[in-house]
Design a protein around this ligand. Structure first.
Ligand code: MOS
Length: 694
C-alpha cells in the first residue's frame, strides 16, 4: 500500500489502497487462501425439479483413485437446525428445485472430484411441479411482509374511483425478467475444522452474517466460528447472506480428519445454488388531471418465490413515495414455484420497482403533452406521500435540471421516430432514480494506538470491490485527525468487531458513522497523545432523529439510444446519471460505483434475462456465453455526476450511500429513449432487437 497519501482525507479522490494488490493478482480471494493439504468438493445436482432421491449409486465414483468420500443424504453429517430448507443440504432425500445438491464428491484434486461427480447415478421419484410465473396463477398469495420489513400492500384514498374519473389514464402491464447476480468472482468457500472451531474463508458481503448463520445451523457457539474475507470480487447481493454452498463446505470438512475443504461454485452452478432476482409483472394504473397532476396511482405486482423458502422483494417501495397523489394503492402477490431460491440482487425492489412506474410516467407525459421532466416537477410531493414525514434532502428536480443542461435535453424531439442518422433511429429518454438511506445500527469499531503514530482501526466490515478499504481509511483519518497513511484498517474478519453486511447501500454510512463514534470515544479516553496499546471500542451512535425524516437519495438518468431501422439493433450511445446521495467520501470510487450501477442498468435494459424453461424447471442460459452482461463495447459514452450535500439527518457522516442508486431507473430511461427513437413502446425487458421490428 502506498505511503504517498495526501494529508486531507474525506472528499479526496484517493486511488484504491487495495488497487495494487488487485492488479498484480496478489489480493487473496476465498478460493486462493493458502491452506495445507486441501480436499476439493464437487457437487452432484438434481435433474428433477420436485420429488425425492430414491437411490444414489456411488460405486463408480468411489472406485476412482483420489476420491476420498461421496456424501449423500444417507452419509452426510446432520445439522443442528435444518429448518431453513435452502441451507439444509443432504439432510433428507427431498428435492425442491432442479440443480439442488443431492450428493458431493470429496477428492484430492478438483479434476478428480468433477470427473467422479459425472459417474454418480441418481434415481428419483419425480412429482408434478410448477416453474412458470403467471399473473393468473390460482396459487398466488400475499406474503406477510416484503424484504426489509416493507408492508405487503398499501392504500390511501380511493385509487379505483379516482382512476375511473381521471381526465388522463395510463393502464398498462410491464414486466421484468428473472436475472442472476454475476459477480466476477464466483462464490467459493474454504472450510476447516480445528477441533471444535470452524474457520471459513468465504466470498461474502458480511463475515459476521455468515458466522451467525453457520453457528445457528451447525449448533455452535458464536466463538466457534471464524469467517475471513479480506477481498471479494463482487456480490451484488448474492453474497449478502450465506447460501447452501457455505453449509455444504462446513459439513464436508467434518469428514476429512481436519483437512480443509475447498468448494468453488462454478458459474453454471451459481444459477441454481446462489440466488437470483425474481421476475416481476407490474400492472400500473395512473390517473391524472389535464395538467398532468396525478390523481390516482396503483401498482399491482406479481412475482415468484421458491416453494422451499420465501423471498418477497419490496418492489412497490419506490412507487409509494416517489410522486404526489391523493389516491394510491399497491399490492404484491407471490407465486410459489419449484425453483431455486430467489434473493437480493442490486437494489432488490427499487430496481425492478422503478422500471414500470418510470415508463408509465413517460407514457403519461406523452398523453398530457408535457415534457417528461415537467411532468415530474408537477408531481413533486412536499413530504413523503406515504408517511407524511418531511424529506431530509430531496433534490430530484435539481438532478433533472443539471442533467438536462449537461445532456442537451433541449435537443429531444417530442414526436417519436422523427430523427434518423445513417439508418439509425435516434432518441432521448429520462427517468428518476431513488434509493432509501439504510443505516444499520448493529456495528462496533475498535481503535488502538500501535506506535510511531499508527492507529489500528478494526471493524468486521467488507469490501466487495466497492472501495471500502479506501473510504473507511479516509473516514478514520479525519475522525482521528491524522493523515490517512497513519491508519491501519482491519476489515473482512470476524476477529474484528461485529459489523453489518455490505448491502442496502448502507456500508459506508453505517461503518463510517461507527468509526467516527469510536474515534471520538478514543480521544475522550486517551487524548491526542495516547500510549502504545491504548484501545477503545464503541458502538454505532444513536440515530433517533433520523426517524422523523424521510431519508432517500435521488437521481436523474438520461439516455441516448440508437436503433437500426433495418435490424432493430439497439445501442446506448450516451448515458448520464446525476445523483444526490449526501456527502461523497471519495469522488473516484464514488464515480466508479455510480457508473457500475448504470452499467448494470444498461445490462438490465438490453441484455439480462434468466430464461426458466417451465418444462424442466431449469435456467437454461446458465453461463456467461448465453446470459449476457454489458461488455466494454456496449458501454459507450457514460458519465455520472452529483450534487453534493451533507445530509444532517443521515448520521455523523452525512452520507447516504451510493452502491445501488445507479441501477435504479436506468433501464426505464433507456426504454423511454428507445420509444422516443422508434415510436415503439416496449414494456417488457430486455429491449431485444426483435421488439423493434414491428
Ligand atoms: Mo445489495 S442487493 O443490498 O447487497
Amino acid at each position: 500500500m502506498s505511503n504517498l497519501l495526501p494529508a486531507s482525507a474525506i472528499g479526496t479522490a484517493f486511488e484504491r489502497l487495495d488497487g495494487e494488490l488487485k492488479v498484480t493478482g496478489t489480493a487473496p480471494y476465498a478460493y486462493e487462501q493458502p491452506v495445507d493439504h486441501p480436499v476439493y468438493l464437487y457437487p452432484v445436482l438434481s435433474t428433477i425439479a420436485r420429488g425425492a432421491v430414491e437411490r444414489v449409486d456411488t460405486a463408480d465414483a468411489e472406485a476412482i483413485e483420489g476420491v476420498l468420500t461421496v456424501l449423500t443424504a444417507e452419509t452426510a453429517p446432520r445439522l443442528a437446525d435444518a429448518s431453513d430448507r435452502e441451507l439444509a443440504v443432504l439432510q433428507d432425500t427431498t428435492v425442491g428445485y432442479r440443480g439442488q445438491i443431492v450428493a458431493a464428491i470429496l477428492a484430492e484434486t478438483p479434476e478428480i472430484a468433477r470427473q467422479a461427480a459425472d459417474t454418480v447415478r441418481v434415481s428419483y421419484a419425480e412429482e408434478p411441479f410448477a416453474a412458470q410465473l403467471r399473473a393468473d396463477d390460482p396459487a398466488l398469495y400475499a406474503p406477510e411482509e416484503l424484504n426489509a420489513g416493507t408492508p405487503t400492500d398499501s392504500s390511501q384514498g380511493n385509487a379505483d374511483a379516482a382512476f375511473d374519473t381521471a381526465a388522463l389514464k395510463i393502464e398498462q402491464t410491464y414486466s421484468t425478467p428473472a436475472e442472476h447476480n454475476n459477480p466476477l468472482e464466483p462464490h467459493a468457500t474454504v472450510a476447516q475444522w480445528d477441533g471444535s472451531v470452524l474457520t471459513l474463508w468465504d466470498s461474502t458481503q458480511g463475515v459476521h452474517a455468515v458466522k451467525g448463520t453457520l453457528a445457528q445451523v451447525l449448533g455452535l457457539e458464536q466463538e466457534q466460528v471464524r469467517v475471513i474475507a479480506p477481498h471479494v470480487g463482487g456480490g451484488f447481493g448474492s453474497k449478502g447472506m450465506p447460501h447452501v454452498h457455505v453449509v455444504m463446505a462446513a459439513l464436508a470438512a467434518q469428514c476429512t480428519d481436519g483437512r480443509p475443504v475447498k468448494f468453488p461454485v462454478s458459474r453454471q452452478q451459481m444459477y441454481s445454488l446462489t440466488s437470483h432476482r425474481t421476475p416481476t409483472i407490474q400492472r400500473i394504473r395512473l390517473g391524472a388531471a389535464d395538467d398532468g397532476r396525478l390523481t390516482s396511482m396503483s401498482l399491482d405486482i406479481v412475482e415468484h418465490t421458491s416453494r422451499i423458502k420465501e423471498f418477497a422483494e419490496q418492489t412497490p417501495a419506490p412507487f409509494r413515495m416517489m410522486y404526489a397523489s391523493p389516491n394510491r394503492s399497491t399490492t404484491t402477490r407471490l407465486a410459489p414455484l419449484d425453483i431455486p431460491v430467489p434473493s437480493w440482487m442490486r437494489a432488490p425492489g427499487e430496481c425492478p420497482g422503478m422500471f414500470g412506474p418510470e415508463v408509465a410516467m413517460d407514457e403519461l407525459a406523452a398523453a398530457a403533452g408535457l415534457d417528461p421532466i415537467e411532468l415530474r416537477r408537477r408531481n413533486e410531493p412536499a413530504a413523503d406521500p406515504e408517511t407524511g414525514k418531511p424529506w431530509s434532502s430531496r433534490h430530484l428536480m435539481e438532478c433533472f435540471d443539471l442533467g438536462a443542461e449537461r445532456f442537451g435535453w433541449d435537443r429531444r424531439v417530442t414526436r417519436p421516430r422523427s430523427v434518423q442518422q445513417d439508418g439509425w433511429l435516434v432518441g432521448l429518454g429520462t427517468a428518476s432514480a431513488v434509493y432509501p438511506f439504510m443505516r444499520q445500527p448493529a456495528n462496533t469499531a475498535r481503535i488502538s494506538y500501535e506506535q510511531d503514530g499508527i492507529y489500528s482501526v478494526q471493524i468486521g466490515a467488507a469490501d466487495i470491490g466497492t472501495g471500502a478499504w479506501t473510504s473507511l481509511t479516509q473516514i478514520a483519518a479525519d475522525a482521528l485527525r491524522v493523515p490517512a497513511n497513519r491508519i491501519r484498517l482491519g476489515i473482512g474478519d470476524t476477529r474484528f468487531p461485529a459489523a453489518s453486511v455490505a448491502g442496502g447501500s448502507s456500508g459506508t454510512a453505517s461503518w463510517g458513522g461507527t468509526i467516527i463514534a469510536a474515534a471520538k470515544a478514543f480521544r475522550a479516553d486517551h487524548g491526542e497523545h495516547p500510549s502504545p496499546g491504548a484501545t477503545t471500542e464503541a458502538d454505532a451512535p444513536e440515530d433517533a432523529e433520523a426517524q422523523n425524516f424521510a431519508l432517500y437519495s435521488f437521481g436523474a438518468h438520461f439516455a441516448e439510444v440508437h436503433i437500426s431501422a433495418d435490424t432493430g439493433e439497439i445501442r446506448v450511445a450516451r448515458m448520464l446519471g446525476v445523483f444526490s446521495a449526501g456527502r461523497i467520501i471519495n469522488p473516484r470510487t464514488a464515480r466508479s460505483q455510480f457508473l457500475g450501477g448504470m452499467t448494470m442498468g444498461l445490462g438490465m435494459a438490453l441484455h439480462e434475462q434468466s430464461v426458466l424453461d417451465p418444462r424442466f424447471g431449469i435456467f437454461v442460459n446458465h453461463d456467461l456465453a448465453e446470459y449476457h452482461v454489458p461488455t466494454s463495447a456496449d458501454v459507450l459514452d457514460m458519465d455520472a455526476v452529483w450534487i453534493e450535500d451533507r445530509d444532517e439527518h443521515a448520521g455523523p457522516l452525512g452520507a447516504r450511500g451510493i452502491g445501488e442508486i445507479g441501477i435504479v431507473g436506468s433501464a426505464a430511461a433507456i426504454a423511454n429513449a428507445a420509444y422516443n427513437a422508434s415510436g415503439i413502446r416496449v414494456r417488457d425487458l430486455p429491449l431485444t432487437p426483435d421488439k423493434f421490428l414491428a
